[in-house]
Design a protein around this ligand. Structure first.
Ligand code: PGA
Length: 252
């Protein structure tokens, strides 16, 4: 597993095809040079329609292109859904699963998310699995119990599978799009807990990243957090200059 710091741009539904193609045209070379920076890996998750275009444009570069979600099913009569295999065939090499916006919108259980993760692995991509607690769960002291059940469902689903590295994105739901971030010591406690739990049950390599209000103002506060190996960046990734600034400020 690489020790590079991974910066994933999660564009969500913010860039329709025309804008995504424009972004690609304007920032193609700069995105590639960002991805060549020492100890950095760059990834972009556009919407499904944009995926193929981006995967082709960045095909011969180190920039990873991936989807924001995939179906919990492998194939079949599931109108409107997109399979992990189709995403992989379009040239993606990773897929985010279990984002809190998807968990909420599609009422996904931890087992559904684990199944989607298996589909991603089966389609030869690397999964980025999101976990995290809501404000309510946190105020009821349920954070660790909740994270345990989210993580244990993944560990159970990985039993007997090859050692495909898993990227776990810790995203407290209350930090997404709000400008509020957890304290470094809270993130650190959660990472230690997650890593310990993971290593107790599986030898599958784990990469821990953080997401939720990562931008050029907050990024410095994440420096020095043990076990932190990257970021899932939403609104901070929409403008190239801001995304580049986040990478530079963290890496300098
Ligand atoms: P945000 O989103 O950076 O806009 O808070 C992060 C995410 O939801 O992945």
């Amino acid at each position: 597993m690489t020790t590079n710091t991974l910066f994933i741009a999660n564009w969500k539904m913010n860039k329709p095809f025309s804008q995504a193609a424009e972004f690609c045209k304007n920032h193609h070379a700069s995105m590639i040079s960002l991805s060549r920076q020492k100890n950095v890996s760059i990834a972009i998750a556009p919407d499904f329609i944009v995926l193929d275009h981006l995967a082709q444009s960045f095909a011969s570069s180190a920039v990873h292109i991936g989807a924001q979600n995939c179906s919990t099913h492998q194939k079949g009569a599931y109108t409107g859904q997109v399979s992990a295999q189709s995403i992989s065939d379009a040239g993606a090499d990773f897929c985010i699963v279990g984002h809190s916006e998807i968990r909420a919108a599609y009422h996904q259980s931890n087992e559904d998310v684990a199944q989607a993760m298996r589909n991603v692995i089966h389609a030869n991509m690397f999964p980025v699995v999101c976990i995290g607690q809501t404000e309510r769960e946190q105020s009821h002291n349920q954070t660790f119990a909740l994270l345990e059940s989210q993580i244990m469902a993944l560990i159970t689903a990985l039993k007997g599978s090859d050692a495909h590295p898993i990227t776990l994105a810790y995203e407290p739901v209350w930090a997404i799009g709000t400008g509020h971030i957890p304290t470094p010591s809270d993130i650190s406690d959660i990472f230690m807990y997650s890593k310990k739990l993971w290593d107790r049950y599986t030898k599958v390599p784990l990469r821990l990243i953080y997401g939720g209000s990562v931008n050029s103002t907050t990024i410095k506060q994440f420096k020095g957090i043990p076990l932190l190996e990257g970021f899932l960046v939403g609104s901070g990734s929409l403008e190239f200059q801001e995304f580049e600034k986040i990478v530079h400020l963290y890496m300098q």
